[in-house]
Design a protein around this ligand. Structure first.
Ligand SMILES: Cc1cc2nc3c(=O)[nH]c(=O)nc-3n(C[C@H](O)[C@H](O)[C@H](O)COP(=O)(O)OP(=O)(O)OC[C@H]3O[C@@H](n4cnc5c(N)ncnc54)[C@H](O)[C@@H]3O)c2cc1C
Length: 294
């Protein structure tokens, strides 16, 4: 089989899964400074799918691409320690404030520059936005087929790929042409751990911005060993039109974010399976006009 080139899309996100009451600022934006920055969980599922293809088909190259601030290089290294071969960080102040339309435009420009890809694998959604729009929008911009909610990539032969999708009430198996964009669901297998050998080999990988703050020994090492360089691209590098980027290129404005935390016991009630509990629930739903009393 011919060489396969995969691009995994990974986003660094604030860990919004265990937010406390200080997680939001008074202006309604996410208080990123108090939340740890993590690899978006479904993007790890996506990376695992890519690495499984690499395990199965010789000659597969896994690229990892992220758009974000310079510190997003942290998740790129995480991807390399688990088995990704090449890495790209798209970073520029002009990308800041991008909604899904602007994000998908920027990422699709970077993908065009990477070129000759067969499979693009993204997570279904990012936990800080939860829109699930970026993957499908990129497929539209690249004019390639898309398969969402993937749980397993079953196999590849010649130019076809077979994918199992997780639906609300079952599964579906689809066959598609490549190149293709796939978004991966959280029910897909978890990502493997870091590989100790890869960690030792790549622990000094840096972007050019990171290198500026490093000592001379590390700078020299990165110059001598090209495989340690994480490619860093800005707006010009990917030939992007700034009118489609950042706040100017983003028709969506998030007006307010509300953080709902149940604090007092009065607001919650734990119900069991007894008739008494079910009657209590029904009465409350009817009284609150959530259900019609018929
Ligand atoms: C509370 C809240 C609500 C929002 N609502 C909207 C809205 O309604 N409409 C809107 O347009 N924007 C919205 N945004 C902004 C949106 O979250 C950002 O534009 C974000 O950069 C991309 O969208 P997402 O996180 O929803 O990605 P999703 O579409 O959920 O991400 C899907 C997948 O795309 C890939 N991906 C996404 N972003 C990147 C990246 N930067 N680098 C690499 N891969 C990536 C990942 O694989 C990810 O798993 C909202 C933001 C917040 C905080």
């Amino acid at each position: 089989m011919k060489k396969l080139k995969i691009i995994v899309l990974a986003k660094q996100v604030p860990d919004t899964r265990n937010v406390g009451k200080n997680a939001m600022k008074a202006d309604g934006t996410v208080n990123r400074s108090i939340l740890p920055a993590i690899f978006n969980p479904e993007d790890l599922n996506a990376l695992e799918q890519a690495l499984r293809i690499k395990d199965k088909y010789e000659n597969t190259e896994v690229n990892i691409l992220t758009m974000g601030p310079p510190r997003a290089a942290e998740i790129i290294r995480e991807g390399i320690y688990r088995g990704a071969d090449k890495s790209f960080l798209l970073t520029d102040r002009k990308f800041a404030g991008s909604d899904t339309l602007a994000t998908s435009y920027a990422i699709s420009q970077a993908i065009k520059k990477i070129e000759n890809y067969d499979i693009i694998i993204a997570g279904r959604q990012a936990i800080d936005g939860d829109t699930a729009q970026v993957g499908p929008q990129i497929a539209e911009k690249l004019n390639i087929p898309q398969v969402t909610y993937c749980e397993e990539i079953i196999g590849i032969s010649e130019n076809k790929i077979k994918i199992k999708r997780r639906l609300e009430r079952g599964i579906e198996v689809v066959l598609s042409d490549m190149p293709i964009l796939i978004t991966v669901h959280s029910s897909a297998p978890e990502c493997r751990f870091r590989n100790a050998k890869f960690f030792m080999k790549f622990k000094h990988s840096r972007t050019k911005t990171e290198l500026k703050r490093e000592n001379e020994t590390l700078k020299k090492l990165n110059k001598e060993r090209e495989y340690l360089n994480i490619q860093e691209w800005n707006v010009q590098d990917v030939n992007a039109d700034t009118t489609f980027l950042g706040l100017d290129g983003s028709p969506t404005k998030v007006k307010k974010i509300e953080n709902v935390i149940m604090t007092s016991k009065k607001e919650t009630k734990i119900l069991d399976e007894s008739d008494e509990s079910i009657n209590f629930l029904m009465k409350n739903l009817i009284n609150n006009h959530k259900l019609d009393n018929f």
